[in-house]
Design a protein around this ligand. Structure first.
Ligand code: HEC
Length: 167
């Protein structure tokens, strides 16, 4: 009886060690799997659409600095900047943001004038962070984006010229 009991106890130690080894190798395996999955999916996303911009967008949360470098290769349209930096709030109305194309929401804001709207976008307003949270944007880019966004809501602001053409 007591022999059987001892034997039972000594048997348990090995499975515990086994379990520890199994758990450890599982953790390592999952870690590797996540790395591989991220590598593969970013490769696929980039390959699907081939463009540097699509790749930059796919990796945006991990590599904002790289995105900033990619942006400097040419001026972006207000719509492109809007999609990248403003749509999260202004497409959905999140945090009370006036929705793109909602003329009722935009009319009183448009009435304050482009300059006031640009100032709000540059400095932030209530729930909106300065520059929509994308500090890499220049004042000119913000202006272009505000013009785009406000015009979708019924304004008729003129798209600002590129910096060198400004009076
Ligand atoms: C985190 C959410 C969020 C993001 C991102 C965001 N906004 Fe906003 N935006 C808001 C909210 C909320 C308001 C309403 C602020 C208020 O009047 O209380 C607003 C208001 C505005 C207004 C009207 C300001 C005024 O004076 O009435 C403009 C113009 C604007 N946003 C432009 C932009 C632009 C351009 C971007 C991207 C560069 C952007 N927003 C990104 C949340 C956001």
């Amino acid at each position: 009886m007591s022999d059987a009991h001892d034997e039972h106890e000594s048997l348990i130690k090995t499975p515990q060690q086994l379990i520890a080894v199994v758990v450890l190798s599982f953790v390592v395996f999952v870690g590797l799997a996540i790395l591989v999955a991220q590598f593969v999916s970013s490769g696929i996303k980039g390959a699907q659409d081939g463009s540097a911009e699509a790749t930059a967008k796919a990796i945006q949360p991990v590599a904002r600095v790289e995105l900033g470098a990619a942006e400097s290769t040419g001026p972006k349209t207000g719509e492109q900047i809007y999609t990248a930096s403003c749509a999260a709030c202004h497409d959905t109305g999140a945090a009370g943001a006036p929705k793109k194309g909602d003329q009722t929401a935009w009319a009183p804001r448009i009435a304050t004038g482009l300059e006031a709207l640009v100032k709000s976008a540059l400095n932030g307003k209530n729930a909106m962070p300065p520059k929509g949270g994308n500090a890499a944007l220049t004042e000119e880019e913000i202006t272009r984006t505000v013009v785009y966004l406000a015009n979708q809501g019924g304004a008729k602001f003129a798209e600002p010229k590129a910096a060198e053409e400004k009076k």
